[in-house]
Design a protein around this ligand. Sequence first.
Ligand code: NDP
Length: 284
Amino acid sequence: MIINGKELSKSIKEGLAERVVALEKEHGRTPNLIVVLVGDDPGSVSYVTGKAKAATEVGIRNTTLRRDVSITQEELLDIIAELNNDADVDGILVQLPLPKHIDEQKVIAAISPEKDVDAFHPLNVASLWLKQPCILPCTPKGIIKLLKFAGVDIAGKEAVVVGRSNIVGQPVAKLLLEENATVTVAHSKTVNLAEVTRRADILVVAIGRERLVTADMIKPGAVVIDVGVNRDSRTGKLCGDVDFEAAQHVASAITPVPGGVGPMTIACLMENTVEAFEKRVTNK
Ligand code: NDP
């Protein structure tokens, strides 16, 4: 089974669009998302364009504030402060990475936690680990939705997450733990990675290396979620961290790249924005 993230993200966005129409009737305005893009890195420009397109589809007002790569940290922090204070702004997203002269952590920490739709603010991260209600990070949230959509019963399963970044590996491990999986987190220092990955009933791969996970590293019948986004060195096309062609014959279900996790990340960003708006207008 190929787990179709495109299809699921479409149905989530359709549901959100209906919710936005109802919210506008009730509260007299629609959610408002501001994306801040510094510089013109083609990858970042393409991500931001995708987010703006999805927001428009859902009925979320959105603006991308483009700033030159020479912007100072102070100037960027001033923009964030202004957006924090603007009652008409519900979601703030600063596209990462930022130029080297800007302290990313400082910028993220300056965003008001209730408008932090990426859920990277230290308070949202802490809330996730302390099991407090909070905005959930988009990619990990999308992965859990994909598993449920594929009918996977997560509780009690052996889950292996390869990658331990703050934005994917660690939070998805935490969410899998919340779903009562038995979770192992592997990384670049893991000894005999194949032995670890072969234990997985659910294998989540978030490395950023083209086809690092080969079919022989997958337990027959496992569910495989490929988060990686790489350029195929042979064809120049997008590809994941898993050798999809071979792995699809071993796994019981697998996400493709593109069309798996990527669209879900964007759909969850839209959901987070609508939820942030709802929370603000209802004062809950
Ligand atoms: P990072 O570079 O922050 O983290 C990569 C992780 O992979 C690290 O924990 C690293 O280990 C581990 N790693 C690197 N090499 C190996 C190896 N040989 N064996 C085992 N583990 C290894 O990446 P991100 O988590 O930000 O992203 C991972 C991938 O997912 C990228 O391709 C990125 O583009 C993609 N991505 C996709 C998204 C989507 O929506 N589809 C969203 C976010 C990311 P260590 O900690 O030891 O260095």
